[in-house]
Design a protein around this ligand. Structure first.
Ligand code: PEP
Ligand code: MG
Length: 597
């Protein structure tokens, strides 16, 4: 086993999740985040105040460090400072601060040990959350806890700033503070042991457009400082000390990839029209209002999904009408003529919002979330509906409801929405006359009843993230069943086909905003199934638009007809891959997708 500082030269390939595509070749730079030794001792009761004072002083230092980092990020225009806001809130959180003080008072143990105990119980809460995004926020607790612990012990904070030119960061995990330095250092890519598709490392890697692989088992055991590394963010591989021929192969791949990426980016604002003349609308998904402008800059024709729940998180009190109005207005103005589909609050037992004070649920994915919660809390829901209605004069707004399973939910929401509209009119507020009102199709019940729902709403947007989860009964955040989670499953293909057909028959718009919409391999299938509007993460936009230009709808339809006869997911995937190779032969995107197709 090599240790940081050794250079064994042994060649090895490790696999992980490729979360940001492309290739990086350089020398390993290890960020050492090995655990600090935590002392344990009991103090005399008379020392309690002094020990608590010591803990509060460390809290203060930690808060100042986070504030300084945050301000530097904000000034430099980086969006990641919001993550540091979350860290700031954690440092003030009752569960942490009061938890440590109470433990010290009750047991007379030193603050370091009390902190260790409290962090463990906070992490257990995160472990029990079913949503992948929030489970991964557990790493924030680690970073905040590590910072506080080091300050209590008078130790310095680990840093990535020493990375040399052509360096590749290798770490167990990276903190938002690390990423501040990453944005300023000549780093080429990174690999971590921790993380998943929606971890900070992944999000930041994509926004910096640096190749990255996360969830690489055994990474820090096998990589030594100075080892030559290849990060293959496309295939999700880390190659340690590759043999010469392999290195040359990757150097060639890297050159091709960069050239292709530049060519694809250069035409990102061109229309996405298929080779046989069908116009496809490619929109972007956002979680925060300040992401809207960036999505448009990546070539999206508007916002196809704004997940408003993020406005309710990391705060004590939910956002009021004026605050929400300001956010929705900003998003609509940035979205331009392509407009914005703003989804009402999709939060619940599985998604944390301290401001809503929700109790724990045994099975939160099937619990009180999204529209179910909103209809139980009309006080809360009305604030959002009023803000949305008032925002309607500032752009092309589409209002969308999540997790609809029955007509009752559509009708109850419509009644509340209409009463808000009447109230606002009486108050003399200007409102748009026509605001498309649609639903996410993400429950099997909505698929089955799609014909009835289509009579009562203006559009459908297929949410494949949840629809796959509920159709296949595969928890979307559970790594033990991740191999079973595949939107190209034959059951999903029939499901999507049915929704598209039903919407078309009723003459309402149908689009897709789940992750599947931005997956290159799914694209010909979705076009063949009849979808013409897709909404995805911003970094997929240019690539998907480029692929659209090289595909023909008649060929995509033929592909769908062929896979309709295939009965296993493996056969479907295999056939789609082979057909794609043929369909994209010589196309701009083809070599970028290698070895994906
Ligand atoms: C979906 O379920 O596909 C979707 C887009 O919604 P979310 O990922 O926010 O649940
Ligand atoms: Mg969903």
């Amino acid at each position: 086993m090599s240790r940081p500082g050794d250079h064994t030269g042994a060649s090895r390939i490790l696999s992980g999740l490729g979360v940001s595509p492309g290739y990086a070749i350089g020398r390993a730079y290890l960020v050492d985040r090995r655990r600090v030794q935590i002392p344990k001792y009991h103090f005399e009761p008379a020392q309690l105040d002094a020990e608590i004072e010591r803990f509060r002083a460390a809290l203060k230092v930690s808060e100042e460090q986070v504030r300084t980092l945050r301000n530097r990020l904000e000034v430099s225009g980086e969006e990641h400072y919001l993550i540091l806001d979350a860290h700031q809130l954690m440092l003030q959180d009752e569960m942490l601060v009061d938890g440590v003080c109470q433990t010290m008072r009750a047991q007379h143990i030193n603050p370091e040990w009390a902190l260790k105990k409290v962090l463990r119980s906070i992490k257990q809460v995160f472990d029990n959350i079913d949503d992948e995004y929030f489970r991964e926020r557990r790493s924030d607790v680690d970073f905040v806890g590590d910072r506080l612990m080091r300050n209590l012990l008078g130790m310095s904070q680990p840093t990535v700033s020493g990375v040399a030119h052509s360096g590749i960061i290798v770490a167990h995990d990276l903190s938002p503070a690390d990423t501040l330095e990453l944005t300023r250092s000549p780093v080429l890519g990174f690999a971590t042991e921790a993380g998943g598709r929606t971890s900070h490392t992944a999000i930041i890697a994509r926004s910096l457009e640096l190749p990255a692989v996360v969830a690489v088992g055994g990474l820090t055991d096998h990589v030594g400082r100075g080892d030559v590394l290849v990060i293959d963010g496309t295939a999700g591989r880390v190659i340690i000390n590759p043999p010469r021929a392999e290195l040359e192969r990757y150097q060639a791949l890297q050159l091709v990839y960069r050239a292709q990426r530049a060519r694809i980016d250069a035409v990102r604002h061109d229309a996405a029209t298929t080779d046989d003349g069908h116009r496809i609308v490619v929109r972007g998904n956002i979680e925060r209002p300040d992401e809207a402008a960036g999505v448009l800059d990546h070539g999206a024709a508007g916002i196809g999904l704004f997940r408003t729940e993020y406005l309710y998180m990391n705060r004590e009190v939910p956002p009021d009408e004026e605050e929400q109005l300001a956010h929705y207005r900003a998003v609509l103005e940035a979205a331009g003529p392509g407009g914005a589909t703003i989804r009402t609050l999709d939060i619940g037992g599985d998604k944390l919002a301290a401001s809503l004070r929700l109790g724990p649920e045994a099975n939160p994915v099937m619990g009180l979330r999204a529209i179910r919660l909103c209809l139980q809390r009309p006080d809360l829901f009305k604030v959002q509906l009023r803000a949305l209605l008032r925002a309607s004069v500032h752009g092309e707004l589409r209002v969308m409801l999540p997790l609809i399973g029955g007509l009752e939910e559509i009708r109850a929401t419509r009644a509340l929405y209409d009463s808000c509209r009447a109230e606002l009119r009486a108050e003399g507020q200007p409102l748009a006359d026509e605001i498309p009102f649609g639903i996410m199709v993400e429950l099997p019940a909505a698929v089955t009843l799609a014909d009835w729902f289509a009579e009562e709403v203006d559009f459908f947007s297929i949410g494949t993230n949840d629809l796959t989860q509920y159709t296949l009964a595969v928890d979307r955040g559970n790594r033990y069943v991740a191999h079973l989670y595949n939107p190209l499953h034959p059951a999903m293909l029939r499901t999507i086909a049915h929704v598209v057909r039903t919407a078309r028959a009723a003459d309402i718009e149908v689009s897709m905003c789940g992750e599947m919409a931005g997956e290159p391999l799914a694209l010909p299938v979705l076009l063949g199934l009849g979808l013409r509007t897709l909404s995805m993460n911003q970094n997929s936009v240019a690539l998907i638009k480029s692929m659209v230009r090289d595909l023909r709808i008649d060929e995509c339809e033929a592909l769908v007809a062929e896979i309709a006869a295939l009965r296993t997911v493996a056969e479907v995937e295999d056939h789609v891959r082979k057909s794609m190779r043929h369909m994209l032969d010589g196309a701009l995107a083809a070599s970028m997708l290698d070895p994906m197709i």
